[in-house]
Design a binder for this molecule. Sequence first.
Ligand SMILES: *[C@@H]1O[C@H](CO)[C@@H](O)[C@H](O)[C@H]1NC(C)=O
Ligand SMILES: *[C@@H]1O[C@H](CO)[C@@H](O)[C@H](O)[C@H]1NC(C)=O
Ligand SMILES: *[C@@H]1O[C@H](CO)[C@@H](O)[C@H](O)[C@H]1NC(C)=O
Ligand SMILES: *[C@@H]1O[C@H](CO)[C@@H](O)[C@H](O)[C@H]1NC(C)=O
Ligand SMILES: *[C@@H]1O[C@H](CO)[C@@H](O)[C@H](O)[C@H]1NC(C)=O
Ligand SMILES: *[C@@H]1O[C@H](CO)[C@@H](O)[C@H](O)[C@H]1NC(C)=O
Ligand SMILES: *[C@@H]1O[C@H](CO)[C@@H](O)[C@H](O)[C@H]1NC(C)=O
Ligand SMILES: *[C@@H]1O[C@H](CO)[C@@H](O)[C@H](O)[C@H]1NC(C)=O
Ligand SMILES: *[C@@H]1O[C@H](CO)[C@@H](O)[C@H](O)[C@H]1NC(C)=O
Length: 581
Amino acid sequence: MRVNTTLTVAGLAGLSLAAPPGYQSKNSTYYNPIIPGFHPDPSCIFLKEWDNTFFCASSSFLAFPAMPIHASKDLVNWKLVSHVQNRPEQFPGAGNITNSGGGWYAPTLRYHNSTFYVINADVDAPTEGTGFFTTKNPYDDNAWSNLTLVDVGGYDPDIFFDSDGTVYSQAAITVLSNPFTTEIQQFTIDLPSGNTTPRHFLSNGTGVQPPEGPHIYHKDGYYWLLLAQGGTALDHQVTISRSLHPTGPWELDPANPILTAINTTSLFQTVGHADLFQDAAGNWWGVALSTRSGPAYINWPMNRETVLYPVSWPKGQWPVADPVRGKMSGPLPPKNLNVPGVGTFVKDPDYYTFPAGSTLPRHFNYWRFPHLEKYAISPPGHANRLRLSPSNANLTAFASFDPLAGQTFVGRRQTDTLFTYTINMEFSPSRAGEEAGVTVFLSQDRHADIGVVYTDGAPHLRFRAEGPDAPATIVKPMPAAWCEKGVSFEIKAFNFTHYSLSAGPKGGALDTFALVNNSILSTSFTGAFVGPYATTNGRGESGTPAYFGNWVYQGQGQAIDDGQYYPSNGQKGGGLYSRDA
Ligand SMILES: *[C@@H]1O[C@H](CO)[C@@H](O)[C@H](O)[C@H]1NC(C)=O
Ligand SMILES: *[C@@H]1O[C@H](CO)[C@@H](O)[C@H](O)[C@H]1NC(C)=O
Ligand SMILES: *[C@@H]1O[C@H](CO)[C@@H](O)[C@H](O)[C@H]1NC(C)=O
Ligand SMILES: *[C@@H]1O[C@H](CO)[C@@H](O)[C@H](O)[C@H]1NC(C)=O
Ligand SMILES: *[C@@H]1O[C@H](CO)[C@@H](O)[C@H](O)[C@H]1NC(C)=O
Ligand SMILES: *[C@@H]1O[C@H](CO)[C@@H](O)[C@H](O)[C@H]1NC(C)=O
Ligand SMILES: *[C@@H]1O[C@H](CO)[C@@H](O)[C@H](O)[C@H]1NC(C)=O
Ligand SMILES: *[C@@H]1O[C@H](CO)[C@@H](O)[C@H](O)[C@H]1NC(C)=O
Ligand SMILES: *[C@@H]1O[C@H](CO)[C@@H](O)[C@H](O)[C@H]1NC(C)=O
């Protein structure tokens, strides 16, 4: 371990820096993850010229709008300020992916010549989906450009603006599918055309497969190549090498991997896919993804979240990162919630009643492109309701599913280890197969639902889960009066390993149908969402709509170590840096 050296070196560096007015030079405590819930592959920058603001992009796979941009003034409170792809026209192929594990993988966010760039690959898009988006206003969805294609393939592309005007990109290129093997290749990009030079081998990092997630930095006369290696599970690690030229050859840091959770008992595992940036006071910071699974790696439904760690990077020397834990200390800027834009802070609870004239909050997501006519707020005769009109496809869909046909579902990320989600529904189905309810949803292959379904000539309450090891379906008759009077649903993560799914008459006692081990949702690349859905289960695109009211999501605790929690924002007792504090 190199913890002691870290302390000394960073301590000295801290002393030698004159913090600008309003910036801390003393340490304070903060908690990981800084952007909780499904927010993997973070790429972050700090911009003095944007009022001393930090911006981060993360992966979204098939969730839409895609590639959230969060902004913060204090590194702890992060507001959702836009999504890079928020209109199908920016890249129509993103709506057209059949593989439920495809979509927008790791983006790189950079700023050059007063323009924000996000370069990314839309994996499994039926047409080539690598390229970049630009904006001059990260607070406005509409300001994000269409995709400019960069015809190179691969995934995890980086963009690096060299001082001589050359724009380099490096990406993970698959050289063998089985066993999965990649190498980092490099090319240059002409702006604004997106034309490229031929790719060539750049690095294999330390050789641990697969090298991915490259980022290049220029500092102290060296080019530094940061990589993710070992794959995104328990062997994930961050390595660095340096060169006098952006094209190599690369000298490896003898201390590699510079950051990993391998061989630790920390709750925070799979640490990797990092990015580095400097704050206004000159302190270096890193972000990475991490899974709150502990080494057992069984229960991790939120999957890969964004974590923050201080970095000591003295002139001309290798950077040294503090290991990622739940409770951290570092020279944070002072608390500042004054972030522009209309989005919510990622740790905020939800209390939504869908009044007329309101719009769905920015952090609500669909799965692939939505058919917006299926979602209506306070439609005539149904004030303060969100109306969902059913899709032909249910949440699982089927092999011949046309992804552009859409699935009626809208959800928000699970952002707390413990939470309660409740919603009311009025729904009077009259045809076999008509169904509406709520789900905790990881992907089409993995979800647990509780809803009302018309079957055997009457509406029934049904619990159903999809995925290997899913508990058995439970169907119970339901009094017909509940259709119009309303049903209440609750999905609760009541401990580290289990959800309960409950239903009952609106305003009455709820009956718990099932306890679901969240291990059935702990897989692949995405993390859990909760929200309502409506479907005809394959009986066509038209059917009885469902009306939802009183959407409440409240966090009830964030795990920071084995059995240790700190309060969620808005929770009685307050979280640190809570907005309600
Ligand atoms: C974006 O793409 C759409 C559809 O391809 C096109 O109609 C629109 O003009 C494009 N926008 C810009 C700014 O190029
Ligand atoms: C969707 O994919 C199909 C099959 O590859 C293709 O024919 C169609 O043009 C695609 N549509 C869009 C909008 O990309
Ligand atoms: C900077 O952007 C402006 C237009 O936004 C463009 O005219 C100029 O060429 C760009 N400069 C560089 C160095 O990219
Ligand atoms: C990089 O790794 C790949 C996959 O193992 C291998 O095919 C390639 O030869 C390596 N390249 C170099 C220069 O070592
Ligand atoms: C993890 O432990 C094993 C066994 O002691 C060791 O071989 C390996 O190098 C360690 N890995 C790291 C990254 O420390
Ligand atoms: C502040 O935190 C950094 C990062 O952990 C550490 O390197 C430094 O020694 C700490 N400074 C003090 C004064 O404790
Ligand atoms: C959560 O509750 C379930 C059901 O009571 C129980 O089986 C499980 O052991 C609990 N998990 C933890 C971490 O306490
Ligand atoms: C959850 O399921 C996993 C996988 O089947 C199992 O290993 C684990 O013991 C279960 N946890 C509990 C608390 O039942
Ligand atoms: C989901 O839809 C598919 C395709 O229409 C159908 O085969 C399947 O039975 C449906 N699932 C349920 C639970 O109805």
